[in-house]
Design a protein around this ligand. Structure first.
Ligand SMILES: Cc1cc2nc3c(=O)[nH]c(=O)nc-3n(C[C@H](O)[C@H](O)[C@H](O)COP(=O)(O)OP(=O)(O)OC[C@H]3O[C@@H](n4cnc5c(N)ncnc54)[C@H](O)[C@@H]3O)c2cc1C
Length: 435
């Protein structure tokens, strides 16, 4: 049986980027699988007027191969929208457009396979065996790339109330028709998704709620820091400096950098503020409450669902009675079930993080030339950029170079202005001493 060079599990943007770069190197024999019937990027959060938090130039391929047929610019030209796109002059592209671009790429690559979930992965006789749902014969491959994303985080205080209708995660929001008319709706979470959903509710896209509460643990509805020096954390240079640091140091740094990736876009904050302001002018302003600084402590069925929250600002306890609760509470790591047959051979930390090498492969006790690369898994090994799309294409090229065993893509980058580590000792220029 034919043994592949690489099998990619999951086709989200991250593995799609690797697949698009593999197209540049015909000598690689690769296949990618996803359980979805076709490509769609977080369909449950494809809400109207939501925008990418990343430049369209940081697409699947451009940073390492601007001549690739899969660039965003080629997409625009192919769709005959190039001039209209420029005339539109938006600071960020919509998530609809980005999803349309990703779908356009996915339709052109013949080694992507949809409607084929992965059930299990094993390792025998020098290769991985990838078992597809509803297939008897496993696929054989020398290397794997795990790209199955993260799991929605459901806070323990509310787990007993969780269901798909009344108390659900934000990622499910648009997966079914919703009608919030005359309902008391509470949104939990002060990041970008919470903000987008709060705005969506204020605008009455799914009916006019009787009441809208927005609760956040954070001290305020805080913006994402998108300034230039903060953005240097999203550069290849930074990863080179960050990777060798001790694990504890890395954890502290990443936690301190939270608002560089998890804050709310300034444009979303502005839209919310403007909407509230307009409501105040029209006198239509009494059905919403913005409540930062609250820790969720309990949830139980009474008067709809009753939530109890601790107000960290004044130390009181508050109650919210809700018909609908939307959890914009982010995502967490989990070792995918399909890895069960080989999980004991992988290096995994107590908090379910894979221990990754510099080449994004998981440390394991198998042969070193059989690699399990993992994307969206290295926040605490490679840095804050890992779950984001900023360096997606550069990471993909790092993996493809590693697979090929050569510098197929030139990934050297020395345009950072900040020196993070002490690798280049300061050598002052000799001063001229004037007589
Ligand atoms: C709403 C939202 C907006 C975001 N916006 C931005 C942004 O603007 N900028 C930015 O940098 N980052 C953004 N992110 C963060 C990040 O870039 C995205 O989450 C991105 O989709 C991660 O890509 P991924 O390929 O790792 O995973 P995913 O997109 O989650 O894809 C994983 C895929 O794996 C498949 N899968 C799962 N299990 C199996 C299995 N057993 N077999 C086969 N297939 C399987 C799933 O069907 C899915 O298609 C956003 C995240 C969210 C949730």
């Amino acid at each position: 049986m034919n043994t592949k060079d690489l099998v990619g599990i999951g086709i989200g943007p991250f593995n799609l980027s690797i697949a698009a770069l593999c197209h540049d190197s015909p000598k690689l024999d690769v296949a990618f699988y996803d359980k979805k019937p076709s490509f769609c990027w977080h369909p449950g959060m494809l809400l109207p007027n939501t925008f990418l938090q990343t430049s369209f130039l940081k697409d699947l391929v451009t940073a390492v191969n601007p001549q690739s047929p899969f660039s965003f610019l080629n997409y625009l030209v192919s769709k005959k929208r190039f001039y209209a796109f420029l005339n539109n002059d938006r600071p960020a592209i919509s998530r609809y457009e980005y999803n349309d671009y990703l779908q356009w790429v996915s339709q052109q690559i013949d080694y992507l396979n949809f409607d084929q979930g992965i059930e299990a992965v094993d390792f025998n006789d020098g290769h991985f065996e990838v078992h597809l749902e509803n297939h008897n014969q496993p696929i054989q491959t020398r290397n794997l790339c795990l790209g199955t994303g993260k799991r929605p985080h459901i806070p323990s205080a509310i787990q007993s109330q969780y269901d798909k209708e009344r108390c659900f995660h934000a990622i499910e929001m648009a997966n079914q028709q919703r009608d919030f008319s005359n309902k008391r709706v509470t949104v939990i979470g002060g990041g970008q998704s919470g903000a987008e959903i709060f705005l969506h509710l204020l605008n009455g896209y799914d009916g006019a709620p009787a009441e809208i509460n927005w609760i956040s643990r954070r001290s305020n509805f805080l913006p994402m820091d998108e300034t230039c020096f903060t953005n240097e954390w999203f550069s290849p240079n930074y990863i080179d400096s960050f990777f060798p640091l001790p694990a504890n140091t890395k954890y502290n740094i990443v936690d301190e950098q939270k608002l560089a990736s998890d804050g709310i876009s300034e444009s979303t904050l502005k839209s919310i503020y403007e909407t509230l302001y307009e409501k105040r002018i029209s006198g239509d302003e009494h059905n919403y409450r913005l409540r930062p600084n609250r820790d969720l402590i309990n949830a139980y069925p009474a008067n709809g669902i009753t939530l109890e929250a601790h107000n960290k600002f004044d130390g009181t306890t508050e109650q919210y009675h809700s018909d609908i609760i939307i959890l914009a509470t982010g995502f967490e790591n989990a070792v995918p079930k399909y890895l069960a047959p080989i999980k004991h051979r992988l290096a995994i930390s107590d908090d379910q993080q894979f221990l990754l090498g510099r080449d994004y492969s998981i440390q394991w006790d198998g042969p070193s030339h059989n690699k399990l690369y993992a994307v969206n898994a290295g926040r605490y090994s490679h840095g804050i950029s890992e779950p984001q799309m900023s360096l997606m294409c550069w990471r993909s090229a790092t993996i493809v170079n590693d697979l090929l065993g050569e510098d197929f893509y030139d990934l050297k980058d020395d345009c950072s202005f900040v020196e993070w580590s002490n690798s280049q000792p300061f050598e002052p220029h000799a001063h001229k001493i004037s007589a």
